[in-house]
Design a protein around this ligand. Structure first.
Ligand code: GLC
Ligand code: MG
Length: 566
């Protein structure tokens, strides 16, 4: 018995006139490293504005900007001292307005980052809380607690910082005595806010309005699953990871994915819904299983969430099919679009991840003395993975530089590292600097055209020369032109609002699907895949070979095709 394709439909077509973000391709700009306008070696808002046309040419719909607010930069801007001011290193509020205007003229929407779990310790609220002392209303805005032990010398519980070490810091009270402790799930310079406090809630609604009034198309919500902590701050008793999984031996941490967090998002939905233009709220929520994650994107909450289970899926046909099906089913169940992502500013770039043997457990960052990836294999698989991702219905996120096939900088000298992870883990985890290296725009310019001069806040690897934009532009088959072609087709064929049907009969190592009338074949195996006669290849992640009139898709290659097939 042969199964019919209808049996394998896992996602029906979307309504054609839904909001833009249901099918958008959104490009993440990491402001420090995109383009430097003033030559100080750090990217800035004028630099971004001057390069927005690149994103139009690439063919994305929107831009998400990582934080550019006033910040001591203890965590590259995810430690915000003032949510309504631009950090001088990135420019001014006028520069932000100019960026928004230019983007609007070019038809690009702009999403900004909101960091609500914690502020900087240099935020006015925190300095006031320190000065006001224990028991003060100012301290209630944060998570201050007395310590355990006879003299309060032990932290209030066993929680660990995501960046390594304990999650509690003891303060010196205004009278000079050792005093209370405050919670910081991230760096010691990132005190967690108390989201049970009405003032915290009111302040963030006001911050949302501040940026909505300036014309942003929405927000990416940092650590969206972390704002509410379990009542009583119970001890956890386990090591944690960002993606907890569904391991019964290691239950959900009492600071992630607490039910009460959803009430916050319902209130934000009301704020955003009062504005025109389908503004979007996107959750950075490291939550499994998919059904728990889908709760963040119920109809009256946030609109999208990053699909990290997809991001961490290895190059394996079975696992890819499984995660795609599970993702679509979970979001379809709540009426939200599914999202797809392969890289961001926190993780090893996919062109390097895929250069390791399947099953390699990559730590947090790669150093010169670690095993190095196979760069050519990594790039080939990365291109194939990206082309597969861009064929899927829903919304896709790109991280700056992946359109050039940039790998991780895997040999950064340790003494230039700036991610607090490196220090806080006692030099065990290299951290995230390797995916944050400033972009190469021109092969033969100083700083590869990142800025007007030679400065770059992290050294750029020599391979940037052959991957620079100007080397790839208008070169058929380059990574950049492949992304462009795919994005053009995705838009004209309306794949973002399309359907997904798994196709059978292609073998277990081929991810084979149909979206509208496009057949997508990702050859995840090790042997060649022969296409039937009369197949028209629309775009390919690698060179398909033709042997005696038969088109061959080599291993680690994805094609989009039209095929005449019974
Ligand atoms: C998120 C950000 C990451 C940051 C952390 C703390 O995970 O993506 O870069 O360090 O939150 O704000
Ligand atoms: Mg600069």
């Amino acid at each position: 018995m042969t199964s019919t394709t209808a049996d394998l439909l896992v996602h029906p077509q979307d309504a054609p006139d839904g909001p833009w973000w249901r099918s958008a391709v959104i490009y993440q700009v990491y402001p420090r490293s995109f383009a430097d306008g003033d030559g100080d070696g750090i990217g800035d808002l004028p630099g971004i504005t001057s390069r927005l046309e690149h994103l139009v040419e690439l063919g994305v719909d929107a831009v998400w900007l990582s934080p550019f607010y006033l910040s001591p930069q203890a965590d590259a801007g995810y430690d915000v001292a003032d949510y309504r001011t631009v950090d001088p290193v990135f420019g001014t509020l006028d520069d932000a307005d100019a960026l928004l205007h230019r983007a609007n003229d070019l038809g690009l929407r702009v999403i900004v980052d909101l960091v609500p779990n914690h502020t900087s310790d240099e935020h006015a609220w925190f300095t006031a809380a320190l000065a006001a002392g224990p028991g003060s209303p100012q301290r209630e805005l944060y998570m201050f607690r007395d310590g355990l032990g006879e003299h309060g010398e032990l932290p209030p519980n066993d929680w660990k910082s995501v960046f390594g070490g304990g999650a509690w810091q003891r303060v010196t009270e205004p009278d000079g005595t050792p005093g209370q402790w405050y919670l910081h799930l991230f760096d010691v310079k990132q005190p967690d806010l108390n989201w049970h406090h009405p003032r915290v809630r009111a302040e963030f609604e006001s911050i949302l309005r501040f940026w909505l009034d300036r014309g942003v198309a929405g927000f990416r919500i940092d650590v969206a699953h972390g704002l509410v902590k379990a009542d009583g701050l119970p001890p956890y008793g386990h090591e944690h990871e960002m993606l907890q999984g569904t391991d019964e031996q290691r239950p959900q941490a009492p600071y992630w994915d607490q039910d009460d967090v959803h009430e916050i998002y319902r209130s934000w939905n009301r704020v955003v819904s009062a504005y025109d233009g389908d503004r979007v709220l996107v959750a950075e929520a490291w939550v499994e299983p998919a059904e728990r994650l889908a709760r963040y994107v119920r109809e009256d909450e946030l609109h999208q969430s990053f699909n990290f289970p997809y991001l961490v899926t290895p190059w394996s046909a079975g696992e890819l099919r499984e995660v795609v099906t599970a993702s679509l089913q979970a979001t379809d169940a709540v009426g939200a679009p599914t999202t797809w992502v392969l890289s961001n500013h926190d993780l090893v770039r996919h062109a390097s991840r895929f250069g390791y043997p399947a099953g390699t457990r990559l730590g947090n960052g790669i150093g010169a003395d670690d095993p190095q990836p196979d760069a050519a294999l990594g790039l080939q698989r990365a291109r194939a993975a990206s082309l597969l991702m861009l064929a899927l219905p829903g919304s896709a996120y790109l991280y700056q530089g992946e359109e050039l096939g940039l790998p991780e900088h895997t040999t950064l000298p340790d003494d230039v590292r700036q991610d607090p992870t490196w220090l806080r883990s006692g030099h065990v985890h290299r951290g995230r600097d390797g995916c944050r290296v400033p972009l190469p725009w021109q092969a033969d310019a100083p700083s590869y055209g990142f800025g007007p001069g030679p400065l770059s806040w992290l050294p750029q690897p020599a391979v940037w020369r052959e991957l620079a934009l100007d080397v790839q532009r208008e070169v058929p088959g380059s990574t950049y032109e492949t992304y462009r072609a795919a994005l053009r087709l995705r838009r004209s064929l309306e794949l973002g609002t399309g359907s997904l049907t798994w196709l059978t009969g292609w073998g277990k190592d081929v991810v084979a699907l149909a979206n509208r009338n496009v057949t997508v074949l990702a050859n995840v195996g090790t042997t060649d895949l022969e296409l039937p006669a009369d197949t028209v290849v629309l775009v390919s992640s690698g060179e398909p070979r033709e042997v005696d009139g038969v088109v061959i898709v080599p291993a680690d290659t994805t094609v989009w095709a039209r095929l005449v097939r019974a």
